[in-house]
Design a protein. Structure first.
Length: 125
């Protein structure tokens, strides 16, 4: 069989195939080259970073919701967005009038980023 990329190259002999195949399989599994080791190190670092980011986001979510619950604030219209690190209040039903004012007062001292969703533009805190 000739290769479409190297049509003039002679086919490997059985001896060459028997010698090269275990080397090829080992290289596919173990990655013993510098490039493979660097790729594995980068993947390992990304796993560690992603894990720590998930832990940090979970702690913020827990602590934020507990802060609100400890102050008697209902959280059924609050969601935490991990990708922006922001609590969104009014995400299901936008806040208006007295309800918006009451939430604004009750969130004083909240230690994390939050925003109010309203029917009006520019309601983020």
């Amino acid at each position: 069989m000739t290769s479409e990329f190297m049509p003039n190259r002679p086919e490997l002999t059985e001896g060459e195939k028997q010698y090269l195949k275990p080397l090829f399989v080992d290289a596919q599994i173990n990655g013993n080259t510098d490039r493979s080791r660097k790729r594995l190190a980068a993947a390992r670092e990304k796993l560690a970073t992603d894990c720590q980011d998930a832990i940090d986001a979970a702690i913020i979510e827990r602590d934020g919701f507990l802060w609100m619950m400890d102050r008697g604030i209902k959280t059924d219209n609050v969601i935490y967005y991990k990708h922006t690190n922001t609590f969104s209040i009014g995400w299901q039903k936008p806040l208006t009038g007295d309800l918006l004012d009451a939430f604004d007062k009750s969130m004083v001292g909240f230690p994390f980023l939050y925003e109010f969703k309203t029917d009006q533009k520019g309601s983020s805190m």
